[in-house]
Design a protein around this ligand. Structure first.
Ligand code: SF4
Length: 745
């Protein structure tokens, strides 16, 4: 601080000066940009439209787009401060290669030559599938499409998956089993048109905050929220169902039982458009209110009231997120939700939909165009006609397209531990914080012969383990499209240049293809994302996710357009899937499944008496690679915490703000601040998973859904005890050693 400032003579008048922005009026002069760049938020799948204000080549502010149908000008705290991520101190700016144990700067040429050479050498020695790739939900669709081709046809491995398996895989598999295809059937508009909205395992107030304005715009609705925790969303409910952890399948079967018993079902819809109803009706007979009350901990009256509200609705909307998906029975829970919607005919109509609210800004894009859980355009690996169709479009031999999907994310890690995967490429994700049961993951990554991490940030806990770090552009620095949860394709635009030598993921993929010698074959004439978009339009033509009528100009003009949008479409409006009752299954009907409730795998016991639930907070995004570097968000939520019920805290003689350790069979999270609260029920504790320093995944378990391979992050058995400082611990150890009896030989 200079002397003038110290004496109070320098009042930083330039810094705090105000001026008039032609569009937004009186505001800080520093935030009056030279121009505004329209784009879409790069955090969550709500898909809010915004403008980035650019001054002298720097992003100085952001504003919500008042004409965007998703957010009508509003942004949540993450969106409102998103421009800060671009100039965060830990941006990756140059390729880094590990030499003599240290990461040192190298040229792009050396980085990519080394990567190709090491990957090819590994594949020659151990087979093509010894290479694994784990990507993300953060790239633009054009990049996902290019990456899928590059990995499967260029590098020739089928072991490619995304971190979307950690959040959305159960919804994807559940949709495929019930309806024959992935794809959320409804639209956000349904939140405004439904007379009953049933949110289950979905804390949208923290995780998808702007969706709450669609709820607010519907004064007629009855909002039912089912969650073991009294979340901010639960506090908005007309009817709150505080069910026991993982008893959701029993509740859903109980509701179906009651709807059938009281005749509150749509018999005509069931007969015309579903199969398996007779079996389902017999199966749910045992799920009486008394039986369901015993499993869920809800009163029979509450269960009956919920069934009555849902059954009497003209149009009912069911929304869910990770509370459903993060389970060893995630896919089956989605099927049970779809059962409930189908028997009441609540699908394909305004206000009526079983709707999975997706996680990341473009998790939908990788599901549509990527190559991980299905072939581009929701084509199936195992369907010969689908493979041949793609091969014709790409002018390649159909034998080059895998006939089955490769390993899913958790299985790639397991294969790394078992030395079957020997080289791994991680793109825009930070598994050291986000993957369950941290020790197993570390073992997998440390065993690899070669680990490449491509990210916009360095160091992160994952880049620190890499042999090669590739610096990538992030949101705000590249072009393309995102698809949000309601299938709305929105434009993403470059506002500023990436820092240092960082390149867009798209350019990195093209450069790698060049090194592999397959650029012209896979990406003929491509130099920018629009070229990928043009090919993707042709590849998606005639599919459920048909983009063939879309152009960048049209998307921008309408602030995002929902697919399907076949060539020749002239009207832009809300679209819903399955409005005609036809489903892409063999018989054209949706399938009803008999889903049995079973208790979750790791039950609490005397040693580990609490059920740990993990989740998120509105200020942070995933592993805080981005939001941890935004000062305002860090100040609002700087540390992890553990929520515990008052009764349990009294039993353990713990007080608010005590520092505690959370311990499971697998590990210990140290020194977490305790919050004593009625938000969690006795016997349960809650902790956010964002914080590397207090990593909840040190205690979570390696338990996965057998169909989707999504982890069961939500319930594991833990104990909680008062933390001791390292000094106290050392002195206790000394005392203990002194007290040990002397051994006598
Ligand atoms: S709700 Fe999601 S998309 Fe909208 S501003 Fe917040 S983080 Fe961005």
């Amino acid at each position: 601080m200079n002397l003038r400032r110290k004496l109070g003579l320098d009042i930083l008048s330039e810094k705090y000066a105000y001026g008039e922005d032609p569009q937004y009026g009186h505001t800080s002069e520093q935030k009056i940009p030279d121009h505004w760049v329209p784009t879409t938020c790069g955090y969550c799948s709500v898909g809010c439209g915004m403008f980035v204000g650019v001054k002298d080549g720097r992003a100085v502010t952001v504003r919500g787009n008042p004409n965007h149908p998703v957010n009508l000008g509003k942004l949540c705290p993450k969106g409102l401060s998103e421009h800060y991520t671009l100039e965060a101190p830990y941006r990756a700016k140059q390729p880094l290669l590990r030499k003599k144990g240290k990461l040192v700067p190298v040229s792009w040429d050396e980085a990519l030559d080394t990567m190709v050479e090491r990957f090819q050498a590994t594949q020659e020695r151990y087979g093509p599938d010894a290479l694994g790739v784990i990507s993300t939900g953060q790239l633009v669709t054009e990049e996902f499409y290019a990456l899928g081709k590059l990995v499967q046809l260029g590098f020739g491995t089928k072991n490619y998956d995304g971190n979307t398996t950690l959040c959305m895989a159960s919804a994807v598999s559940g949709y495929k089993r019930s309806f024959g295809s992935d794809g959320p059937p409804g639209a956000y508009e349904d939140l405004q048109k439904a007379d009953v909205i049933f949110l289950i395992g979905a804390n949208i107030a923290d995780n998808h905050p702007i969706l709450c304005q669609h709820l607010d715009a519907n004064p007629r609705k009855t909002l039912i929220v089912a969650d073991p925790r009294v979340t901010k969303t639960a506090m908005m409910a007309d009817l709150f169902l505080p069910l026991k952890p993982r008893s959701d399948i029993a509740l859903l079967n109980g509701l179906i039982h009651l709807l059938i018993r009281t005749g509150q079902i749509d018999c005509e819809y069931i007969a015309k458009h579903t199969s398996g109803f007779a079996e389902l009706a017999r199966f749910v007979e045992k799920y009486t209110p008394a039986y369901v009350a015993q499993i869920t901990g809800l009163s029979e009256d509450l269960i009956i009231k919920t069934a009555d509200l849902y059954g009497n609705a003209q149009a009912a909307f069911i929304g869910w997120t990770m509370g459903v998906n993060h389970s060893t029975q995630g896919v089956e829970t989605v099927n049970a939700l779809n059962n409930l919607a189908l028997i009441a005919g609540n699908i394909g109509r305004a206000g009526a939909s079983p709707f999975s609210i997706t996680g990341q800004c473009n998790a939908m894009g990788t599901r549509e165009a990527g190559f991980a859980s299905s072939l581009p355009g929701y084509r199936k690996f195992e369907n010969a006609e689908d493979r041949e169709q793609l091969a014709r479009l790409w002018k390649i031999d159909a034998d080059r397209i895998p006939i089955a999907r490769g390993l899913a994310y958790p299985d790639i890690i397991e294969a790394a531990v078992g030395k079957k995967i020997r080289a791994l490429w991680i793109i825009a994700t930070n598994p050291i914080v986000s993957f369950p049961n941290l020790d197993v993951l570390k073992q997998g990554l440390e065993t690899l012969d070669f680990l490449v991490v491509q990210d916009g940030f360095h160091p992160t806990p994952t880049t620190e383990l890499a042999h090669l770090v590739l610096p990538a552009a992030i949101w705000g620095e590249k072009d393309g499209t995102y698809t949000n949860s309601e299938r709305r394709v929105s434009k993403v635009n470059r506002a500023v240049d990436p820092p240092g030598d960082a390149k867009s993921d798209f350019d990195i993929f093209l450069a790698l293809a060049e090194k592999l010698g397959c650029r012209e074959e896979l990406f003929p004439g491509w130099t920018r994302p629009e070229h990928a978009f043009d090919e993707w339009k042709r590849v998606s033509k005639g599919r459920l996710c048909d983009y063939s009528g879309l152009t960048y100009e049209l998307i921008e003009q309408h602030n995002g357009i929902q697919w399907p949008f076949p060539e020749g479409t002239t009207e832009v409006g809300t679209t819903r899937l399955y409005a005609d009752g036809r489903f892409p299954t063999e018989d054209g009907k949706a399938k009803l499944f008999c889903i049995e409730w079973t208790p979750f795998p790791e039950q609490p016991n005397q040693q580990f008496p609490f059920v740990l639930n993990t989740g998120r907070t509105v200020e942070h995004w995933h592993t805080r690679t981005k939001t941890g570097q935004v000062p305002i968000l860090e100040r609002m939520s700087p540390n992890a915490w553990l929520e515990m019920n008052t009764r349990d805290a009294q039993t353990l003689r713990l007080k608010p703000h005590d520092r505690v350790d959370v311990i499971s069979r697998r590990g210990r999270v140290r020194n977490v601040e305790l919050r004593v609260t009625e938000i969690v029920a006795p016997g349960q504790v809650f902790m956010p998973f964002h914080f590397a320093e207090s990593n909840a995944n040190q205690v979570t378990q390696s338990a996965f859904d057998p169909i989707s391979r999504e982890p069961n992050y939500k319930q594991c058995a833990v104990s909680v005890q008062l933390s001791v400082s390292p000094r106290e611990r050392r002195s206790k150890d000394r005392l203990r050693k002194k007290a040990l009896p002397v051994e006598v030989n």
